[in-house]
Design a protein around this ligand. Structure first.
Ligand code: KG4
Ligand code: ZN
Length: 342
């Protein structure tokens, strides 16, 4: 069968992502980010994000179509992120996708954002295939989720997720405590490079035996964030300098330790010797290091797509729809209520 030509729209957070794929082949992946506009608030402001999507959508679609060298009329389908994400931001993308689908007379496919992150792996040049089943750990400013993917198009199970802050959000909040600019992830990564990760023993959320009973695959980072803030406050109250690099390294170690320990526990428990990483926090150097070392030790195959496909983008949404078309799935209804649950 012919590989479907699909345009994907992603607007769940602060990235306006437009991707075009031909089956699993990536033709274009354009991203307009409103990150700079959120910087002075220290986090993503939903209303600001939604307005930025409104402004960026049409120019970004135009740029993607030009880059792919196609005409909109050539498309076989339009795909869009239906959730989870910021409601106002999602509505802009869904509205545009419906208009495009109706205007072109093409089917619309609504895609779950988390499953989209898993699909990003399909676009990597070397493979063009994921081995199933696989466990997937998705870590960004908006989500921290552990998935068991038995089949990408119709069997994805949410094993666990954060019960408070997302991992990236914790990086951003701790950066603020340390006086580092937003987004905090790259700043903490940099500061941590010269710090001692064992300098301060920060708490590992939801890893005590009693927590593991109910929250084996769930995450919690708000206690860690508070512990860092308390530690810094106490130093300042004592009139002592704050060793920013040691705090950054010790905090980063705590986050990475919990993420990888729980992801590999999921691999072990389910008997699935594969782990896929996704989301913007994958840029973290220590996360990649620890993941590689501990996966190798556990005999788990580790897959990390290139960073441009790990962060939010439209291509991962488009390729998911292409897979669904190939699997013979019907398009989404233009009128049905959005269902973004896994
Ligand atoms: O996936 P992403 O670009 O956007 C969404 O959150 O949807 O992820 C951004 C998040 C921010 O919280 C940022 O601080 C974090 O990823 N991040 C990092 C690093 N680079 C970005 N966190 C830790 N270490 C990094 N090197
Ligand atoms: Zn995401």
């Amino acid at each position: 069968a012919n590989a479907p030509l699909v345009l994907g729209i992603e607007t769940s957070c602060d990235e306006t992502g437009i991707g075009i794929v031909h089956g699993r082949r990536l033709l274009s992946n354009r991203i307009a980010s409103s990150m700079d506009e959120h910087a002075r608030y220290g986090g993503v402001v939903p209303e600001v994000a939604a307005r930025a999507h409104l402004e960026a959508l049409v120019p970004t679609i135009d740029a993607a179509v030009a880059e792919a060298g196609i005409e909109l009329e050539d498309l076989d389908a339009v795909a869009v992120t239906i959730g989870p994400g910021l409601a106002g931001a999602l509505m802009v993308g869904v509205g545009a996708a419906k208009a495009l689908a109706v205007g072109l007379g093409k089917p619309l496919y609504a895609v779950n954002h988390l499953v989209g992150h898993v699909g990003a792996d399909l676009l990597t040049v070397d493979s063009g295939r994921i081995e199933y089943p696989t466990v997937a750990l998705l870590v960004s400013g908006g989500h921290t989720s552990l998935l068991l993917v038995r089949d990408l198009v119709d069997d994805v199970e949410l094993l666990g997720e954060t019960i408070d802050d997302a991992a990236g959000e914790a990086f951003d909040k701790v950066a603020r405590v340390l006086g580092l600019p937003y987004p905090g992830g790259p700043e903490i990564d940099r500061a941590a490079a010269t710090g001692d990760p064992t300098a301060i023993r920060f708490p590992r959320g939801l890893t005590a035996p009693k927590d593991l009973e109910r929250h084996r695959y769930d995450f919690s980072f708000s206690g860690l964030k508070t512990a860092v803030a308390r530690w810094v406050e106490k130093r300042e109250a004592d009139g002592e300098p704050v060793p920013v690099d040691d705090v950054a390294a010790s905090f980063r170690e705590a986050v990475v330790d919990v993420l990888i320990t729980k992801a590999l526990a999921a691999c072990r428990d389910t008997g699935v010797p594969r782990l896929l990483l996704g989301g913007g926090v994958v840029a973290n150097r220590r996360l990649r290091e620890v993941a590689a070392a501990r996966a190798a030790e556990a005999g788990v195959e580790l897959r990390i797509p290139p960073l441009g496909l790990c962060t939010d983008n439209g291509a991962m949404i488009a390729v998911l729809a292409a897979e669904r078309i190939r699997a013979g799935h019907a398009p989404s209804s233009l009128l049905a209520a959005a269902d973004s649950t896994l």
